[in-house]
Design a binder for this molecule. Structure first.
Ligand code: PGA
Length: 252
């Protein structure tokens, strides 16, 4: 079974100005000062900050990611950002298919799949998000929805090196509510089984599976301790270096 190095990734969403560089610097300082963390650490700031953050984080353990990319090659697509541009700006990864994009921009599994392919072509790791809504959960459809999104959104060329999957129940994002450890274990086991069935042992067992949705310092230890949870995708609690470092504590 491959040794999966956990990843704690912060998704800043539409937050952050140039002055927020101070939080990144504080995070880098905290990582240097604290006990070594047995995980990768990543921040996904808004596009406007990617280049500055990548420069500021250069030589530190913090990797920088985009929050979305276009599936298209550079050209006449006003307002879009190509995966190659993110790579050029210093990002090493990009989040695709976050539920806020699926909702706000009507992104589909097919569209997310195409974005992940564009990420691979640019040499970026694709962090592909899946997760059920509250009505879907109430109807008992969680596993069906999540494995369906996984099948549609993850490209056939996914490997352990180019893909991370984040399970983020929509109803847990920004709400302070989380599934029980048991519920997370069930979903992650189903995702792992689906990946192994589709990609075989090496890639299927090597792709990292993150949990996201109201991860905080107080619950990170329990959630990160669940089988097949290989780290966290963190929204609100990633904006403050002290909170984010408190989540990274789960791997110290
Ligand atoms: P949250 O967001 O940690 O604020 O719930 C998680 C996410 O949307 O990635």
């Amino acid at each position: 079974m491959p040794d999966r190095r956990p990843l704690v990734a912060g998704n800043w969403k539409m937050n952050g100005l140039r002055a927020s560089n101070a939080e990144l610097e504080a995070l880098i300082a905290a990582l240097k000062a604290g006990a070594p963390a047995a995980c990768d650490v990543m921040i996904a700031p808004p596009f406007t900050l990617v280049m500055g953050f990548a420069a500021a984080a250069d030589g530190s353990p913090v990797e920088i990611a985009g929050q979305d990319c276009s599936a298209l090659a550079p050209g006449a697509h006003t307002g879009d950002v190509a995966a190659t541009m993110l790579a050029d700006a210093g990002a090493s990864a990009v989040i695709v298919g976050h539920s806020e994009r699926r909702e706000d921009h009507r992104e589909t599994d097919e569209g997310v799949n195409a974005k992940a392919l564009a990420a691979y072509d640019a040499g970026l790791v694709a962090i592909i998000c899946v997760g059920e809504t509250e009505p879907e959960r109430d109807r008992g459809e969680t596993l069906e929805i999540v494995t369906g999104q996984l099948a549609g959104s993850v490209p056939d060329t996914a490997t352990a090196a180019n893909t991370v999957v984040a399970y983020e129940p929509v109803w847990a994002i920004g709400t302070g509510r989380t599934p029980t450890a048991d519920d997370v274990a069930k979903v992650h086991a189903a995702m792992r089984a689906a990946l192994v069935a589709r990609f075989g042992d090496e890639a299927g067992n090597g792709i990292r599976l993150l949990y996201g949705g109201s991860v905080k310092p107080a619950n990170a230890g329990e959630l990160m301790g669940v089988a097949d949870v290989d780290g966290a995708l963190v929204g609100g609690a990633s904006l403050k270096a002290a909170d984010f470092d408190g989540i990274i504590d789960a791997y110290r």
